[in-house]
Ligand binder design. Structure first.
Ligand code: ADP
Ligand code: MG
Length: 350
């Protein structure tokens, strides 16, 4: 090889080498009523910041179209009209409604976006809850089978009056998946996107997994178990997220579609699966069905794992996380190694 060709080759190799590769991260409060955290390994800072901008824009778009707190959102329009007439909706909302109904079937009705027919009467910040007679009057409207999708017209209709939907139990997971898709389309291969209780990671942290900590239900700073993850999504639901206590009873934001009351059969549920839409759609189930029934469902799904904390403080692991069964999370060291501590992005800890 001539000296000139060698120099050229070296120069082109240098040009291809990442010069300022680094982890970029950003936290934004107040989208979808929660905190969004994005972290990426970026070779170019300007392009990296633009990619994070694009993820945040997508989250705002989903919030604008799916929030029931926004009277102008598509979902609010559906709630206002769909009991009287079919309402044509965007392809995006149509698809997500279909997915939500699929999770109702998978979870045997525990996940149900029509919980909102009763749920809208709760205001956990204001310590407000419906009376028993208000619950009983509204309860017949809670049933995912009341939501009728017309694929030809791309329209949704409710089969009876009083039905309301709320995507608070799946839209965050969906938005995390959308964020990850945006990053993947721009070539990122190491990233974390988190929205409230829902997160997804792509790649690893250079030979080491990302590590998720599951928090103690009563002590936010105590981590009860750690799970190493690569290319996976996870959602944690907890009765400590939005709640108030009254006369020794905890009223919190996960509603049992059968009773209209807060569902309290576990204290927290963490679900791990390939997408955050899936983990979000499954993480409420254990509260409603209880640990045994929920584990039966999780264990039937090949790509799903779960960690449940019961009211009496036991930690239950799904089949795939049992010690001795493959790469065991249950056997992961409870004390943070320096690497684990370094990868423990605060918003990913629940
Ligand atoms: P986060 O909002 O932090 O992601 P969760 O994933 O646990 O928390 O979702 C809780 C939300 O799910 C509630 O605030 C409510 O909007 C919605 N929800 C409550 N009960 C149900 C239910 N039985 N089925 C579907 N969604 C529900
Ligand atoms: Mg969630």
């Amino acid at each position: 090889m001539s000296a000139t060709r060698g120099a050229l080759l070296l120069m082109s190799m240098l040009a291809a080498a990442p010069v300022h590769a680094q982890w970029l991260s950003r936290t934004v409060d107040g989208i979808m009523g929660t905190r969004i955290y994005v972290e990426i390994w970026a070779e170019d800072q300007v392009k990296g910041e633009a990619a994070i901008d694009a993820v945040m824009d997508e989250m705002r778009h989903i919030d604008d179209s799916m929030s029931t707190y926004k009277p102008t959102s598509e979902v609010s329009r559906v709630n206002a009209l769909a009991a009287r007439q079919p309402v044509p909706i965007s392809a995006e909302l149509f698809k997500l409604l279909g997915t939500a109904l699929e999770y109702s079937r998978i979870t045997e009705g525990a996940f149900d976006i029509t919980y909102a027919s009763v749920g809208y009467m709760y205001d956990f910040r204001a310590h407000k809850r419906p009376t028993e007679s208000q619950i009983q009057a509204a309860l017949p409207a809670v049933n995912y089978r009341h939501v009728l999708l017309d694929a030809r017209k791309h329209a949704v209709r409710f089969s009876q009056p009083g039905v309301r939907i709320d995507l608070g139990g799946i839209a965050k997971g969906y938005s995390v998946d959308r964020g990850i898709e945006i990053l993947q389309a721009r070539g990122y291969t190491h990233a974390l996107v988190n929205a409230g209780g829902d997160s997804r990671v792509i790649g690893d942290r250079f030979g080491r997994p990302w590590v998720v900590g599951i928090r103690h239900p009563d002590h936010p700073d105590q981590v009860i178990t750690r799970i190493p993850l690569v290319d996976a999504a996870f959602s944690t639901s907890g009765d400590y997220e939005r709640y108030f206590d009254e006369d020794g009873v905890r009223y919190h934001h996960i509603i049992d579609p059968h009773t209209g009351h807060s569902a309290s059969k576990v204290r927290s549920a963490t679900v791990i699966a390939p997408t955050a839409t899936r983990t979000d759609g499954l993480s409420k189930t254990a509260f409603v069905l209880g640990p045994d029934e929920a584990m039966r469902i999780y264990n039937q799904l090949d790509d799903v794992d779960a960690v449940l904390v019961t009211p009496d403080g036991r930690i239950l692991y799904s089949k795939g996380l049992q010690p001795g069964d493959g790469p065991s999370a249950a056997a992961a060291p409870a004390d943070a190694t320096p690497a684990a501590a370094a990868v423990q992005a605060p918003p990913a800890v629940h």
